[in-house]
Design a protein around this ligand. Structure first.
Ligand code: GLP
Length: 246
């Protein structure tokens, strides 16, 4: 794993956006795995700015999002479809037909998981997958205890995850109890992974990720088995990590 240390959130966002744009310039038909949450918002703002300045086009980029809440109408501002529209798609030239998210309102969720897996197989996984990390080590919505070989599946969200995400809702009772998420195996099938982590409240998660055991109790530890992971991270998130100089 390669670490890129940053001093500020704006630096994290600029570095992450430049990293993505570089990959798009190398391959305009890039399959880009996208994440939600607070951390990548600045990166998406940077992508929008670079697009408006004419430095990048997303015309031929295909996107596959990690996850979606179950049972939240797509029109709800907290659905990940709305989040992606608001924070990125509506302000750029991504083509609707190239945008893919799991459907959290499908009539048959088992079929929806299969549909998403077929799509992931068709594109042979993401060329570049963007990831955040939950405080309990979740990636996508793969909560602790998820087997590493899992493909797209329905999860019951951990109480701690619902609490962490309640800040985006009016009340914690409005946070859905379930989500559909790409599995850990699907995430690991990406050619390259860019994980973004910022701030003190990610310090325990970064410690577990970099110094802890590779175990299903800490889903993000699966990333240590991947050959091409870059982490953009600030000093506060790294405050508990022991980094060997070798
Ligand atoms: C959510 C998302 C994850 C994200 C995590 C951390 O639960 N499903 O993909 O990585 O939150 O979010 P934040 O960046 O807001 O800390």
């Amino acid at each position: 794993m390669e670490l890129i240390k940053v001093e500020s959130y704006s630096e994290l966002s600029e570095i992450a956006a430049d990293f993505i744009i570089k990959r798009i310039k190398q391959n305009p038909h890039l399959v880009l795995g996208l994440a939600t949450g607070g951390t990548p918002k600045g990166t998406y703002q940077q992508l929008i700015q670079q697009y408006k300045q004419g430095n990048v086009s997303f015309q031929n980029v295909k996107t596959i999002n990690l996850d979606e809440y179950v049972g939240l109408p797509t029109s709800n501002p907290n659905s990940y479809r709305s989040y992606m529209n608001e924070n990125l798609f509506n302000h750029t030239d991504f083509q609707l037909s190239n945008i893919h998210l799991p459907n959290g309102n499908a009539l048959n969720m088992e079929e929806e998981c299969k549909r998403y897996d077929s799509l992931l197989e068709e594109v042979k996984g993401a060329d570049l997958q963007i990831l955040g990390i939950g405080r309990n080590g979740h990636i996508g919505f793969n909560e602790p205890g998820t087997p590493f070989q899992t493909k797209t599946h329905i999860v019951t969200l951990a109480d701690s995850t619902r609490k962490a995400n309640a800040r985006f809702f009016d009340h914690i009772d409005e946070v859905p109890t379930h989500a559909i998420t790409m599995g850990i195996q699907s995430i690991l099938s990406s050619d390259e992974i860019l994980l973004l982590a910022f701030g003190e409240d990610k310090s325990e998660a970064l410690y577990q990720l970099l110094n802890g055991a590779i175990h299903e109790d800490f889903p993000a530890s699966a990333l240590r088995t991947h050959k091409h992971v870059t982490i953009v991270v600030d000093s506060h998130a790294l405050s508990k990590v022991f980094i060997s100089s070798n």
